[in-house]
Design a protein around this ligand. Structure first.
Ligand SMILES: [Zn+2]
Length: 189
């Protein structure tokens, strides 16, 4: 569009095509969010999600002209993924479809903590994709390790509230047809 002359027919056609493309992308994202949130809400009784501050992350990546954000390239990539994947939308829809069954977990440490021995090791993240604990040798995909850590944190919250009135308020028994899958504590090896 930058090369098309202002007010030209070509520019108008390109503008319309771009708008169609963006609308299609937006629809795809919404469909994905609806399908994924429905599937998760049906399949699991308890859902732990990383409580990412989307707005904050987007801001901190850009920074300002005088003070550019740190790790701009890495964060920009992450932002693209999160925004494109509709993370905030997904969590919002999940909380709507699975009321009181979604737990937001503080993301601090989830990328550095070993999901097997629970030791936090900033060096364990070998790359964006690889996690290898130097304490116990546990290694796996970094996202899988973070997910296991979030599952563990969710379990800790559940165990902490298990005796309280919060369980009754959640009404987990009255959901026929749903797989009653208890969150599995991550085994310590
Ligand atoms: Zn470990």
């Amino acid at each position: 569009m930058g090369r098309a002359k202002r007010g030209s027919g070509r520019r108008a056609r390109l503008k319309a095509a771009l708008a169609r493309f963006q609308a299609r992308q937006s629809n795809r994202r919404k469909n994905w969010v609806e399908q994924t949130s429905t599937m998760l809400a049906r399949q699991f009784d308890v859902i732990g999600v990383e409580d990412l501050n989307i707005a904050g992350m987007t801001r901190s990546a850009k920074g300002t002209t005088e003070r550019p954000g740190r790790n701009v390239a890495a964060k920009a990539g992450l932002n693209r993924g999160i925004l494109a994947g509709g993370w905030g939308m997904l969590v919002e829809r999940l909380e709507h479809k699975a009321p009181s069954r979604v737990y937001r977990i503080d993301p601090a440490g989830t990328s550095q903590r070993c999901s097997a021995c629970r030791i936090r090791d900033p060096e364990a993240r070998e790359s964006q994709a690889r996690f290898r604990c130097r304490s116990c040798g546990f290694a796996c995909n970094a996202d899988v390790n973070a997910a296991r850590d979030i599952a563990h944190e969710t379990t800790l919250i559940l165990m902490g509230t298990a005796a309280g009135p919060a369980v009754a308020a959640r009404g987990r028994s009255g959901s026929p047809g749903r797989t009653n899958r208890e969150p599995q504590p991550v085994p310590l090896s």
